[in-house]
Design a protein. Sequence first.
Lengths: 487, 325, 315
Amino acid sequence: MLQAIADIVRLNGAEKHFGAVRALNGVDFHVGAGECVGLVGHNGAGKSTLMHMVAGTLRPDGGQIAVRGNQEASYSVARALELGIRCVFQELSLCPNLSVAENTRINHPSLAGFGWRRRAADLIRAKLDEIFPDHGIAADDIAGDLSIGRRQMVEVARAFTLTSEPLHLVILDEPTSSLDAHTAGQLLSFVRRFIENGGSCILISHVLGEVLQNADRIVVMRDGKVVVADAADVFDRDRLVAAMGGAEGHQRAAAETPKTEPGALRVRARPARQQDGKELVARAGEIIGLAGLAGHGQTDLLLAIFSAASRARPGIEVTAPVALVAGDRQSDGIFAQWSIAQNIGIRSLARLRNGLLISPQREAELAEFWKKKIGIRTPDMNNNIYSLSGGNQQKALFARALGSDAKIVLMDDPMRGVDIGTKLEVYDLVREEAAKGRTFLWYTTETEELDNCDRVYVFKNGRIVANLRRDELTEEKIIQSSFGDAA
Amino acid sequence: MTAIAPGTVPKASPRGSAARARMLRGLLPALSLALVLIAIAWLNPRAISYFGFNLMLNLAIPIALATIAQMFVIAGNELDLSIGTFVGFVGCVTATWLRDTPLIGIFVLLGSIGVYALLGALIHLRNLPSIVVTLGMSFVWQGLAILVLPKPGGKAPAWLLSIMSFKPPYIPFPILAALLIAVVVHFGLMRTSYGVILRGSGGNAAALRRAGWSLLRTKVALFALTGLFGVLSGMALIGITTSADANIGNGYTLLSIAGVILGGGEFVGGRVSPIGAVLGALTLALAASPLLTFMHIPPDWQVAANGAILIIVLAARVLISRRER
Amino acid sequence: MTSVRTLLEKPWIWSFVGALVVWLATVAFTGGYGGGGMVTAALSLAVFTVIVGVGQMFVITLGPGNVDLSLPANIGLASAVAMKVMGGSDAMIVVGLLAALACGAAIGTINYLLIWALRIPPIIATLSASFVIQSVDISYGRGLQIKPPPGFADFTNWQILGIPVLAMLTVVFTIGAALALQRMIYGRSVLAIGQNIRAAWLAGVNVGRIRFLTYTLCGALGGIDGALLAGYFRGANVDIGNEYLLASIAVVVIGGTSVAGGKANVPGVWGAGLFLVLLLTMLNTFGVSAGVRLVLTGLIIVGVITAAGGEKAVR
């Protein structure tokens, strides 16, 4: 049945290595017309590399690419665009200094000549209206002024705009990572309409539900190879997780954690825009969730608490050292020039000293300890941090915070785009550390993660609108509070 | 590549206030120019006249052109520390070869634009820091200027002198010229479809490459434009001073950077404004000497007053951004 | 063999190679005459570039846009202050040096205050500050014709076995600076800020204090450099620091420090300082005209940076 569909793109034996690392190890992959292919796998499994190849931004070191049955000898981005293959990359690709319309022009060489500004504006506005009816974005808004969610909406809409270039296949690499549930739903239903009208899609997502519900066929990758590829309806969640490898045997967090008595007060904080008396209170040994739609003041409150730890701020009380685990690794976490060990040690320099000087030996010990404890997959902690896959980079950031003297750990949606294996390992670690008396404030956009929390504060428009205990925590309740007009 | 340079954008600020702050900041160059003009009018009302402007803004045209030149490299996240000595070199060529043997003169000036384009290519291909490359080039242009014109002298070509002493009715020539420069460059960089690509290369180069654009070409284009406007600046300067000197443009490096920043430009992220840059250059030209002379500031302190004006204007800009955040 | 390879991978090695090549070329030209004296002279002069170069290196390492353009004005003013305080008396040497140090540190502090309070890009802040300092210097140093105390002038020119004592002291100082950069919290913090200022803040680095310290340190080094220059050249003047703007930036970059920030090394500053001084000596020995000398200096700087190449973009 599937074989009957004409191929849009087909890769045979694709290979790619970066130095000694084999990112792709002979991959066969194809997408048919009118088909939505779900692509899943842990971080570092090779999904992004494969997609860069389909989009023409990376050249394979071995193997062939054929588009609509024709072998492409010198395949490039320009050629891919010519053939109607486009990609929405995981890292945002908008120019922050340009307007939404101008950013649209960048992807369409034909948007030139007299009146191009108006044409570009009309084009993107129409597409935004079609995909996200209540988007609230104007064509002359400067991209840098938009929230990260809106930037992602623009980026997705831009990929679906039509000018003289054809459009057959759109690669969506984690398209919902910065979207809240509502807009993510709008996007996915648009994708289904696009497929029904004969278009093709590759959907990469760590939210397995999205893939199971929207893909026609699912391809699972592991260690640079395709391990399973089959129709979507033969998969369920457990089978997918098993195919991705690693995570079997883990039960969901659930109530098995022993209920400890709340300890000393660690944080008391009132959001800047809070008008009623609600405030966030966290005690020693507690895991506190911060929920609600993305960008409703959760990160702001975490940052305010972080600053209050070093300089007193009105409305916020912090009684112990604080460390933060960034979610946006590139801009908030990683030191690109440094080794993994140095990236972990930076938060603990004072303890690594021997007299006035930092002891390289102690730094290495700290790094080795956390390499084992948190399972950072690398042959050598002195390698550059970018030699790690995304999930392992995130583990290094966890090691930086957990290896420090901090009694309070702030987590700013740190699992964004992280594979499920890493997630489950880190969940265990967080509960273990909390049992030892650490306090965690955990902002997350993934509702399932809230199961790990003792209490959850729901945010809306920069304010706390609900405070739920674990036993009263349900997805409906959170959604109700997030959308309701309680504020 | 991060989509957003850290620190340039408030992470979760509502977009309305960000846009308003940007608009206010965009108005600031015009406001500071108006303030300087008001101060001059108050100190010496006679200066605000056709003749007065002609005199006060005399050197504004070459400064504006040099500022525009600097703006193009800044749009691509680079900096040109050689523009001052380059203007001096062009001046020396203009006052000698361009007058005596026009063909050679034109050839040399076009060639120097070509050198700028090559520098752009070199910087892109070898991934070099432009600060160092242009720092080195500042020695080269200075040396060449001395070789062309060892002692101050030379004479501007007659046609250039007559252009620069043009007296249009009602509006003083420097103002007319500044207006023309601002409008032409604004249209070219802010309104054309390739201008978007040039600015985008400063905003998010990786995104441009993924969309199939050549970053080599954008960098070469930006540097060639810098060379072109540097040449225009040097020629305009000689048209006003009538003779040249190898050190004549040395102050322009710092003036042009200050002009771009006064005009609301930022060092990274492709955020520049041609109209702002021209206004910034006019402000600097006025503040540099006429205002100080009218305020009876002793010459020892003129340089200090220049620095103070720069600080005050930037402080105002910060106050606006801070209030809006 | 592997040690040679690791040596060749050091970004600073090329500046020393360059210095050696230039020296060999000059010696070959003179037929071996004056090779030793040239090294002595180069060491004496390179000291002044190295001292401010180290300060500039820490500043540049703070990240894009960080550079201290006020060094020439700073050096000029500090040299005048030192000479005035010393007043030609050997007893006042230490006080004069401290005064120059304090003057430079104060300038550095003002630079940082401008950057911090007005959120001005450092290039513009230090540029504006340098305008003001220059005026102060012109006004303060007008007609100042005080010679350094004889003891101080002798000290700055003192040599043991053909090696300037000042150069030895500077080597000790640069070793300290190298340790501070790689092995102390201060240096690590500078490197972290240079790579990603927001991430550094979120990793617990006290960004404000480190930047403040760095600009003050750079100012203080400029101040002490001014005093030493006035001693070496036997008198202060307004223009004494002029060449150190370009020189301080050039030695940092030729020495292999990344202009993008976050990556620095101290030995390269020495290599590049020697390279620049020897280069000038070579061109003077060849007897070329001022114009040609400038052109060649410029081309060599461009050539060196092209040959060394930029860093591969990490991301």
